[in-house]
Design a protein around this ligand. Sequence first.
Ligand code: NAP
Length: 291
Amino acid sequence: MTQYISVIGYPLKHSLSPYFQQAALDYYQLDMRYEAWETETQNLPSAIEQLRQPQNMGANVTVPYKEAVLHFMDDVDDMAKLVGAVNTIAHKDSKLAGFNTDVHGFLQALRKDAEFEIKGKRVVILGAGGAARAVSFALIQERVSSLTIINRTMTRSEDLVDSLTRHIAGNRIETKVAALSWQNSMLREIVQSCHLIVNCTTLGMKHSTQEEHSPLTADFIPKGALVYDLVYNPLETPLLRLAKQAGAGILGGLPMLVYQGAASFEIWTGREAPLGVMLTAAEQALLGSRR
Ligand code: NAP
């Protein structure tokens, strides 16, 4: 019997996961299909229920449902609980288990592709949505010295800082966390003195109305810093282009996307993810005529 894995989100037209996940399944010649289940909000409960059918092995979950699916799970792993978001579901023995592999993907790219030493660094995070939550918890777990979260909607960044502060207090972590508005007079000084800037906003994303936008201008970006843009399409975003001009190091979102997907693949199949195959398939899908 052919088995199925899906990605659940809305919209899904530009998702790369079906390309690189199918390439990994084909690499092992598994009788499995990876499908895009574009799901409108009112159909989310039935899509999750469908995962309980015997032919379905699990799913990835993407925007905007990573937080919403948490409540449908029978089990949730510690990282997904901490972050408050599930991006991977495994179906076994009629039960659905939720995982968060975004944290792993984010850290693996930072270490492996940028060779960045995380501990003790001053970090600025742009955005306070689902991705920023995963990134923030990943970075405090790795003991950065400070984390400044800059977001358009202050209540959202303040909520995130509250969750982080509670976790820090209960776990003997010494990271200083703060929420800052884009208008704050300290913004320039704080950004210019940090070691790592992570863009977790959607600014610069292809096929969006903000395609040409960068969250920062070049004069804000410190020369010695690393600028990590989670946006993976295009490969070189407006922010990364400006960071290069400013003399900073750059890291795009594609390695993270592939690493989080590779961790999901290993959860579903129990096999080592063929990283090279997955990365090539993702790059080809991104650069090819299909995107
Ligand atoms: P989300 O929950 O919708 O959050 C979007 C964030 O962008 C919010 O902080 C939002 O601010 C901000 N934003 C949107 N438009 C803005 C504007 N015009 N000006 C200033 N800020 C704006 O999305 P998400 O899930 O966190 O994803 C964020 C990005 O990360 C997406 O581009 C996604 O593709 C990428 N991502 C990449 C990976 C990867 O593996 N590489 C994984 C996860 C996510 P407000 O709160 O004010 O609305």
